[in-house]
Design a protein around this ligand. Structure first.
Ligand code: ATP
Length: 611
C-alpha cells in the first residue's frame, strides 16, 4: 500500500471522484440484491398465494431498480473514467517534466524502450486501477459479504453446503492467474521484441540494403514472429485447460444448491422462493471467486507499475540548482571560462580527464584535438555542467558554475553536436528552437551565416519544409548547417562546436568558419575537431591524450613541436602541403567578409607552409 500512499499527491486532489465512483458501484451492487428478494416475493407471496394483482406493481419496482442501477453504473463509469484519466494526466505531465530535468548521468544508463513503456503501459495500468480496479476490488469484497450474509440469513445449512466447492474454485482461479500471467508477460515481451525488430529494421533500412542483408532480416523477423506465435499458443493452452475446470467447479455449487435445495423444498424446510433467491445469489459469490486471481494480479501489477513510475519521479537529480543559485544575466556575462585542475571520472570508471586546466579569455577560440576517447567531449560536457565536477572547478567569469542557476547558465551556451539531431518539424522551427521570440529576418541571417540559406531556399517549401524523423531527407552536411544556424540564432556568449563541420566538405567548412569568425566576435568558442584545418585559427589548441593535456599552444607553435599535433598534421597534410596552402587562399579569396583575424592566421600559415 506504500506505493499508493506515495502516489496520493496525484489522485488525492480528485478524491471526490474517487469516493463517488466507489459509492456508485457499491450502491449498484447493493441494489442488485433487490432482485433475489423480488424473486422470492414473486414466488412465495404472489404466485403461491395467487395475488396476481401485485404483478404490475412488482414489475414497476423492477423497472425502477433496473433504472437506478443503470444510472449508478453510468455514474460509476463516468466518475471512474474521469478519475483515471485525470490521474494519468497529472502523472504523465509530472513524468515528462521530470524526464526533462533528469541529469545526463541518468540518461547514460536509461533505456529508451523501458522509459517509453513506463510512460505508456505502466501509466495505463495505474489509470485503469485508480479509475476502476480499486472500486472493483472493493466491490468484489462487498459482493461476497452481501451475497453470503443473505444466503446464510435464508438458510445457513444450504449456504454452507453450496460453499463446499468455493475454496477449490478460488484455488484454481488463483492458480490459473499464476500461470496465465507469466504467459501473458512472455507474449508482451515477445511482441515488444518483434516491434523493436521492425522499428530497427525500418530505421536502419539503408544499412540493411547496402549490406544486402534483406534475407537475414527476414529470417531474424521470422524467428521472432515464430516465438510470438508459440507464446500465444501456449497462453491459449493454459486458458483452454483451466477454464473448463473453473466452469465445472462453479457449476458444481449450482448443482449442489439445486439438488440439496430442491430436496429441502420438497421437505418444506425452505420455500421455493427462497431457493430461487439463493440460486440468483450464488452468482454473487461465484463471480468474485472466479475473478479472485485476476483482481489479486491486477493489484500486484499496478503496484509494480506504480513503483516503476515513482522510481522516475523520485529519481535523484545529480545536477541541480543550489538554494542560493545566482541567475546569470546575459548582459553581464563576459565569457571567461576557466577550468582549474579538473579531474573527472564517469561513474564506476577510470578518470576521463586528469588535472585539466584552461583559461579561455572572453571572445577567444579554444581548439580541442585528440584521438577518440581522449576526453574532448568530456571537457564540453563539464563546461555545460552536464555532470558536477567534484575534483577541481569550472568557472564562468570567476564564479564556480555550480553556484549559478542552471537554466540561465546553459542559456549562455549554444552547442552544435557531432551527431545532429533535428526534430520532426519545419526547418524554421528547428532553427528557432533555442529562442522563444525570434523574427524571420533573424532566422534567415543565422541560416545565411551557417551557409544553409541557399539550399533551404531551393526546397519547394523553403523554411516551411518539414524534415522527417531525425532530419531524414536531408544530407548530413545540410543537417549540420541547420544545427549551426540553430546555435547561432541563440546569440550565445559561449559557442561550442563539437566536430560540427565533420559532415560538410572542406570548402563549405571554410565558408562556415568564415561565417563563424563573424559571429564568433565577442563569444568564447570551443571547437572540437579532427581536422587541423578547423582548428588552426584557434587562440589556443589543447591536445588531449587519454584524458591528459599533452600539448597546448597556437597552431604554428604546435607545428614546431614533436608530438601528436604535428603527427596529425603530417597525416592530414603531408602528401598535399600545397593543396592545403591553396585551400586557405581559395577560401580567403571567396569570402570577402573573412575577418582580419582569420586572414592573419591564414597568411601566417601560408608563410609557414612556404618554408
Ligand atoms: N557518458 C559516459 N559514461 C561513461 N563513460 C563515458 C561517457 N562518455 C564518455 N565516456 C568515456 O570517457 C572517455 C572520454 O570520452 P570522450 O567522449 O570525452 O572522448 P572524445 O575525445 O570526445 O572522443 P570522440 O572523439 O570519439 O568523440 C572515454 O573512455 C569514454 O569511454
Amino acid at each position: 500500500m506504500d506505493v499508493f500512499r506515495r502516489l496520493k499527491p496525484y489522485f488525492w486532489p480528485e478524491k471526490k471522484l474517487f469516493f463517488l465512483a466507489i459509492l456508485c458501484l457499491a450502491s449498484a451492487t447493493a441494489l442488485g440484491l433487490v432482485y433475489p428478494n423480488l424473486l422470492r416475493y414473486l414466488i412465495d407471496d404472489v404466485i403461491a398465494k395467487k395475488q396476481f394483482e401485485l404483478v404490475p406493481r412488482l414489475a414497476i419496482v423492477v423497472v425502477i431498480v433496473v433504472s437506478v442501477k443503470g444510472l449508478l453504473q453510468f455514474l460509476h463509469g463516468l466518475c471512474g473514467g474521469r478519475l483515471g484519466n485525470r490521474v494519468a494526466y497529472h502523472l504523465r505531465n509530472a513524468l515528462y517534466n521530470k524526464l526533462q530535468y533528469l541529469s545526463f548521468q541518468y540518461y547514460d544508463q536509461a533505456r529508451t524502450g523501458d522509459l517509453m513503456s513506463r510512460l505508456t503501459a505502466d501509466l495505463e495500468a495505474i489509470r485503469q486501477f485508480i479509475g476502476f480496479g480499486f472500486a472493483q476490488l472493493l466491490n468484489v469484497l462487498l459482493m461476497l459479504i452481501f451475497g453470503m450474509s443473505m444466503m446464510f440469513s435464508i438458510n445457513w445449512k444450504l449456504a454452507l453446503l453450496t460453499m463446499i466447492s468455493m475454496p477449490f474454485l478460488a484455488f484454481t482461479a488463483i492458480r490459473f492467474e499464476g500461470k496465465i500471467h507469466p504467459a501473458f508477460r512472455m507474449v508482451r515481451q515477445s511482441l515488444s521484441s518483434m516491434t523493436t525488430a521492425v522499428q530497427e529494421n525500418i530505421t536502419g533500412v539503408r544499412t540493411v540494403k547496402s549490406f544486402a542483408r534483406e534475407a537475414h532480416e527476414v529470417d531474424k523477423f521470422s524467428a521472432r514472429n515464430e516465438d510470438y506465435k508459440a507464446m500465444n499458443i501456449e497462453s491459449s493452452g493454459i486458458w483452454a485447460r483451466y477454464f473448463p475446470i473453473m466452469e465445472i467447479l462453479a457449476n458444481l455449487s449450482v448443482v449442489m444448491l439445486l439438488g440439496v435445495g430442491g430436496y429441502m423444498v420438497i421437505q418444506n424446510t425452505i420455500s421455493l422462493g427462497e431457493l430461487v433467491a439463493c440460486f440468483s445469489l450464488i452468482w454473487y459469490i461465484i463471480g468474485p471467486m472466479w475473478g479472485l486471481g485476476f483482481h489479486i494480479n491486477n493489484f500486484t501489477n499496478t503496484k509494480a507499475s506504480g513503483e516503476k513510475i515513482l522510481d522516475i519521479l523520485h529519481q535523484y537529480l545529480h545536477v541541480k540548482d543550489q538554494a542560493d543559485a545566482t541567475i546569470v544575466k546575459s548582459s553581464e556575462v563576459q565569457g571567461n571560462i576557466r577550468f582549474d585542475n579538473v579531474t573527472f571520472a564517469y561513474p564506476e570508471k577510470q578518470p576521463a580527464l586528469y588535472d585539466f586546466s584552461l583559461d579561455a579569455k572572453p571572445g577567444s577560440v579554444i581548439g580541442l584535438l585528440g584521438s577518440t576517447g581522449s576526453g574532448k567531449t568530456t571537457v564540453i560536457s563539464l563546461l555545460m555542467r552536464a555532470y558536477n565536477v567534484k575534483d577541481g572547478r569550472v568557472m564562468l567569469d570567476g564564479k564556480d558554475i555550480r553556484s549559478l542557476e542552471l537554466e540561465s547558465y546553459r542559456n549562455q551556451i549554444a552547442t552544435v553536436f557531432q551527431e545532429t539531431f533535428l526534430f520532426s518539424s519545419t526547418i524554421l522551427n528547428n532553427i528557432a528552437y533555442g529562442r522563444k521570440d525570434v523574427t524571420m529576418d533573424e532566422i534567415i541571417r543565422a541560416a545565411k551565416l551557417a551557409k544553409a540559406h541557399d539550399f533551404i531556399s531551393e526546397l519547394p517549401e523553403g523554411y516551411d519544409t518539414v524534415v522527417g524523423e531525425r532530419g531524414l531527407g536531408l544530407s548530413g552536411g545540410q543537417k549540420q548547417r541547420i544545427a549551426i544556424a540553430r546555435a547561432l540564432i541563440k546569440d550565445p556568449k559561449i559557442l561550442v562546436l563539437d566536430d560540427a563541420t565533420s559532415a560538410v566538405d572542406m570548402e563549405t567548412e571554410h565558408e562556415i568558419q568564415a561565417g563563424f569568425s563573424e559571429v564568433m566576435q565577442g563569444r568564447t568558442t570551443f571547437i572540437i575537431a579532427h581536422r587541423i584545418s578547423s582548428l588552426k585559427h584557434a587562440d589556443e589548441i589543447i591536445v588531449l591524450d587519454k584524458g591528459r593535456i599533452v600539448q597546448r599552444g597556437k597552431h604554428h607553435e604546435l607545428l614546431h613541436q614533436d608530438g601528436l599535433y604535428r603527427q596529425t598534421y603530417d597525416i592530414q597534410y603531408a602528401d598535399q602541403p600545397k593543396k592545403a596552402d591553396q585551400d586557405d587562399q581559395v577560401a580567403a579569396a571567396k569570402d570577402p567578409e573573412l575577418d582580419a583575424k582569420t586572414r592573419n592566421h591564414s597568411s601566417l600559415q601560408e608563410r609557414r607552409l612556404a618554408h
